[in-house]
Design a protein around this ligand. Structure first.
Ligand code: FE
Ligand code: FE
Ligand code: ZN
Length: 277
């Protein structure tokens, strides 16, 4: 069975997301742990979380992805911004322990004129401060498009971060199809080759989730503008090959396409129809 869902709003709580996911034919989903632009986490409603966990188990959901606010910058030059990133990570990781099998995805950060190498060191430093032995949640670095000074624009940069983290058994990768295409990885014509490279440089065992997005821009554009499935430069055929690839087909796929719920439901249905068991 294809494990597919989409990014859902968490504004009505945890159980509400589970119910919405069921309504649109999803068996996984992604949500922001708090306002995507940062800010305070809501008070934790354990009853609400427990109700979601029960729904997930009853309906055999694949692992969910929680997305850290994208304004966090674990490699900011300003120490206070790095402190803030660390505090958000720690708070989020605490809450997510209540949901078995969680994946916590974040954007590695932007080095802003410090250079990628300094960025990589600071990101690893932050991870070394927040990861702990007993945690159940797997933390995922997202593959980035390389817009501006984003770190994580290549498999090599992601591998370099992982390499510098002591508890790196807690680390994995979330592969975003729009981002790697914009980053110059030709998943339209050379999907096998891209996956081989990923395996050689990072290791396929690290790959835990996929963001399934089409791209408004062309290969190597470093732009990061998502398009609906089949409406961009990656195209439906290539994305169908992604969900059916033997190295990927078991993973949770989440859509981050510019859609409201009916659009997501239609894309989920389309992709399920094109999935080979
Ligand atoms: Fe993201
Ligand atoms: Fe993404
Ligand atoms: Zn993106």
């Amino acid at each position: 069975m294809l494990n597919i869902g989409c990014h859902l709003s968490s504004s009505k709580g945890y159980l509400a997301m589970g119910k919405t996911a069921l309504q649109i034919g999803a068996n996984t989903f992604q949500f922001f742990t708090r306002n995507p632009r940062g800010g305070k986490a809501k008070a934790v409603d354990l009853q609400d979380i427990e109700a979601l966990v029960e729904l997930l188990q009853t309906n055999n959901f694949a692992p969910l992805v929680a997305h850290a606010p994208y304004t966090l910058n674990p490699c900011a030059a300003d120490e206070h911004l790095r402190d803030f990133a660390r505090e958000v990570f720690q708070e989020d990781l605490q809450v997510l322990e209540y949901i078995p099998g969680m994946l916590y995805n974040f954007h590695p950060g932007s080095h802003v004129k410090q250079g990628a190498e300094v960025g990589i060191i600071k990101i690893a430093e932050t991870l070394n401060q927040v990861l702990y032995k007993e945690q159940q949640t797997m933390v995922l670095l997202e593959t980035m498009a390389g817009k501006g000074s984003e770190v994580g624009r290549s498999f090599e940069e992601l591998a370099a971060i992982i390499d510098k983290v002591q508890l790196n058994e807690k680390l994995g990768i979330c592969l975003d199809t729009c981002h790697i295409f914009d980053g110059g990885y030709d998943i339209v014509n050379n999907l096998d080759e891209v996956i081989l490279q990923f395996d050689k440089i990072i290791g396929l065992e690290r790959l835990k989730a996929v963001h399934l997005n089409d791209s408004l821009n062309v290969l190597g554009s470093h732009k990061d503008r998502h398009a609906c499935i089949g409406k961009g430069n990656i195209g439906l055929d290539a994305l169908v090959r992604v969900i059916n690839h033997p190295a990927l087909k078991h993973l949770p796929f989440n859509l981050e396409t510019p859609n409201e719920l009916p659009g997501y439901a239609a894309e989920i249905k389309l992709l399920r129809e094109n999935y080979k068991e």
